[in-house]
Design a protein around this ligand. Structure first.
Ligand SMILES: CC(C)(COP(=O)(O)OP(=O)(O)OC[C@H]1O[C@@H](n2cnc3c(N)ncnc32)[C@H](O)[C@@H]1OP(=O)(O)O)[C@@H](O)C(=O)NCCC(=O)NCCS
Length: 182
């Protein structure tokens, strides 16, 4: 994995859809609890992470995607924000401030974990969130994902509630974390 000085973090472009689809499929399993089956992961990826879905995400004015790429133009991480009222009722109740924006996706390749890649990606994503005029950014994270929870708390997020997340028909427990925006 490249040193962070050779990486570029930028807003995603429509031409990134195929690369984002590949990156999302590779990194989604990294956030799943160990009991999540390969079938459940494959079904989730097929529903949410196709090239066409990313083309739709990139064209959606309520969504902002940020990517980090290496010197060869290979994506190593991405985030996706979704502006608007939280669609999840538990999250809507847990997140106090409005307008709110969801940090729906935050993924880096496994080889990038612990290398400092995620910090600049978080900074750029918080900037993008603030530019929408949102007062708070929130997210859901699996309660077993200790590494991500620590990462988010390091970047100013705090636990504000709980919600559920369904993968493969199984209900998973998430923390809801939120952070004020400047
Ligand atoms: C979440 C993610 C982007 C964070 O990037 P990262 O490079 O791992 O982040 P950092 O190394 O800066 O921070 C991770 C922190 O967790 C700590 N940590 C690592 N493993 C841990 C564990 N098992 N339990 C608790 N903390 C842990 C690290 O020591 C570090 O804290 P520190 O800086 O105080 O030492 C990255 O791990 C990732 O893509 N994970 C897979 C996808 C995912 O889970 N996304 C979140 C979905 S909600």
């Amino acid at each position: 994995m490249s040193a962070t000085s050779t990486l570029t973090t930028r807003p995603a472009a429509p031409t990134d859809a195929a690369a984002l689809s590949e990156l999302a499929a590779e990194t989604f399993p990294l956030a799943c609890p160990p009991h999540t089956t390969a079938e459940a992961i494959a079904a989730f990826v097929a529903e949410h992470f196709t090239v066409q879905r990313f083309e739709e995400y990139l064209a959606d004015p309520s969504r902002s995607l940020v990517v980090t790429e290496d010197v060869d133009g290979r994506l190593v991480g991405y985030t996706m924000l979704i502006a608007g009222e939280p669609r999840d009722a538990d999250a809507a109740a847990a997140v106090a401030a409005r307008p709110a924006i969801e940090l729906s996706k935050f993924y880096t390749r496994r080889a990038a974990h612990g290398t400092g890649v995620a910090g600049p990606l978080m900074a750029a994503t918080l900037d993008a969130a603030a530019q929408t005029g949102a007062a708070t950014v929130w997210l859901g994270v699996n309660e077993q994902n200790a590494r991500a929870i620590r990462f988010y708390e390091k970047h100013g997020f705090a636990k504000v509630g709980r919600k559920h997340f369904v993968v493969g028909g199984r209900i998973e427990d998430d923390w809801v974390l939120a952070r004020p925006l400047p």
